[in-house]
Every structure is written in structure tokens, then in C-alpha cells.
Design a protein around this ligand. Structure first.
Ligand SMILES: [Ca+2]
Ligand SMILES: [Ca+2]
Ligand SMILES: [Ca+2]
Ligand SMILES: [Ca+2]
Length: 302
């Protein structure tokens, strides 16, 4: 029977025996104590591992941020992990044993919570002489509506130069203005730039002997049949028919008759006027010598 400790090895010797504590224990063999390898730095753990003393031995486990078997521990690159360690608008930077979150450019915060920087409020002159428009993560410098940036200054846009930059109708003239433009109906067009019917509106200056023809944006004057001219001034065409035609023609015979009667009537009236005048003269001379007042009323029926 030996009296070696439970954690000791008994070795038989000539006429006796010896006790030797097992690995991980220390003592005289009869009494053996556990060695705390963590405490006396005799452990073989990685510098980035935690040492755990056990009865007769020890264990190593990699610290947080490291991976490995404990004897060897390597840094974990948290930024490569599928689920982002940092919040929205934040950049991840791997560090030894850990990682860092920093807000992206244009954002401010603690790295976990990042909010947009309002550059326009931060520096009101950042865009001068243009206007500053804050955007998520950045800002834009723009000219006021209707103006275009020309390296140094905002110039008025001439919307009338391009067909797509104005919405004036084809019946309107485009007028460029500072910062904008306006549409004005062309002459001949009225409300909503629709064609004015000058012929029905009596706003035309066609001759009374002409027909008015309304057209898009204006009107035409056309001398009526039997008249000639530019439509605004129309003169009766001379009667080109021969004398025989005039006599036999339906209208010609009537016209000839009427003009004949007119000439004859005129001659009769003129003769009567002359006779009347001569008589009046004679009577006047006579009445002067007789000193008798006399008045004559002469009336002609026409
Ligand atoms: Ca790391
Ligand atoms: Ca911003
Ligand atoms: Ca303009
Ligand atoms: Ca018209």
C-alpha cells in the first residue's frame, strides 16, 4: 500500500516506492495541488485569448472580436459580415479586435445614427450666386427657375428659341421675359388663340361688292361677279356686250329702255328750265317799268 496522493503517480523502487504528482499538479507526491497556469503565466493561450484554469489543466478561448482555437486567435473582420454592423449612411472600418462606424460624407452623428447635414444652413454662401438646395447626403447649387448657369452667372433662358421649352400654340407668338416667357395670340386669332371669323363679325374691310371668305388667321375678299379689283375696292366691269345684245338681252333691253327714258326726261326738264329762266327775266324787266310786284312759282314734276 502506498500513500501517494490521488493526483500522483506511484513508482516502485528497490524495497520502497516514490510518489510524483501528475502533470498539472505540484507537491511532494503525498499531497498534490493544482497548478494555476493562468495565474503563473505558464499557459499557452494566444494573447487575444482568455485563460481558464481547470483542475489539473487550463483552457483557452478567443476574446470577443477574435476567432480561433484559443491557442491561436485572429481578428474578425466585422465589416465583411453579411449583416452590416453599422447603421444607414455609415461606413464600417475594421480594427484589431473590433470595428468602427463613421458617418458617410454629408451625414453627421455618432456612427450608429447618422443624419443628413444641411449644407445650405451650415454655410448659406456655399452656392453663391446660385441657390442652394439641400439633398439627402449632399446639396445642389441651382439657378432660379427660368435661368441657366453660365460658369459665373445665372442667365435668363430664352424659352422662345426652342420649341420644347415653351408651350405657346402655333397660333401664338412667344415673348421671352426675365425668368420666364409669355404667349401672345397672333393677329387674326382671338380667345384661346382660335381663329377669328372676321366675315361674320363684320370686322373685315371687304368692299360691299365683294364676298368675304374666312381663312385660318385672316380672311380674303373676292370681288363679286361683275366687279373687278383687289377685294377691298371693287369696280363694276364695263358692259362688254354689243348693241344688238343689249337690245335683245333680257336685262340689256330693260337697261337700254331705262337709260333712254332718263336722257329724254333730262332734256325736257333742261329746256323747260331755260324757257322759265328767260320768261322770268323778261317779266322782271317789264314789272320794273310797271312798278307792279310779281312772283312766279314754277314747279316741275319729275
Ligand atoms: Ca476586427
Ligand atoms: Ca445635405
Ligand atoms: Ca426667359
Ligand atoms: Ca379668320
Amino acid at each position: 500500500m502506498d500513500n501517494c496522493a490521488q493526483k500522483a503517480t506511484c513508482t516502485n523502487t528497490d524495497g520502497s516506492f516514490s510518489c510524483m504528482c501528475s502533470d498539472g499538479y505540484t507537491g511532494y507526491g503525498v499531497v498534490c495541488y493544482d497548478i494555476d497556469e493562468c495565474e503563473n503565466n505558464s499557459d499557452s493561450c494566444d494573447v487575444n485569448a482568455d485563460c481558464n484554469n481547470t483542475n489539473g489543466s487550463f483552457s483557452c478561448s478567443c476574446k470577443r472580436g477574435y476567432s480561433g482555437n484559443g491557442a491561436t486567435c485572429t481578428d474578425v473582420d466585422e465589416c465583411l459580415e453579411t449583416e452590416s454592423m453599422c447603421g444607414m449612411n455609415s461606413q464600417c472600418t475594421n480594427t484589431e479586435g473590433s470595428y468602427m462606424c463613421t458617418c458617410s460624407d454629408g451625414f453627421t452623428g455618432n456612427g450608429s445614427n447618422c443624419s443628413d447635414v444641411n449644407e445650405c444652413e451650415l454655410d448659406p454662401s456655399v452656392c453663391e450666386p446660385r441657390l442652394c438646395v439641400n439633398t439627402e447626403g449632399s446639396y445642389e447649387c441651382t439657378c432660379p427657375t427660368g435661368y441657366m448657369w453660365n460658369e459665373t452667372v445665372c442667365n435668363d433662358m430664352d424659352e422662345c428659341l426652342g420649341e420644347v421649352s415653351n408651350d405657346c400654340s402655333a397660333a401664338a407668338d412667344c415673348l421671352n421675359t426675365a425668368g420666364s416667357y409669355s404667349c401672345h395670340c397672333k393677329p387674326g386669332y382671338g380667345t384661346n388663340c382660335s381663329d377669328v371669323d372676321e366675315c361674320s363679325g363684320r370686322s373685315h374691310d371687304c368692299s360691299k361688292n365683294a364676298e368675304c371668305l374666312n381663312i385660318e388667321g385672316g380672311y380674303n375678299c373676292q370681288c363679286s361677279t361683275g366687279y373687278t379689283g383687289n377685294g377691298k375696292v371693287c369696280e363694276a366691269l364695263p358692259d362688254v356686250r354689243g348693241p344688238e345684245e343689249q337690245k335683245t338681252g333680257e336685262n340689256g333691253s330693260n337697261l337700254g329702255l331705262i337709260s333712254g327714258v332718263t336722257v329724254a326726261g333730262f332734256l325736257v326738264v333742261a329746256t323747260l328750265l331755260i324757257i322759265g329762266f328767260l320768261c322770268a327775266l323778261k317779266i322782271r324787266k317789264h314789272s320794273k317799268s310797271m312798278k307792279v310786284p310779281l312772283s312766279i312759282n314754277v314747279a316741275f314734276e319729275t
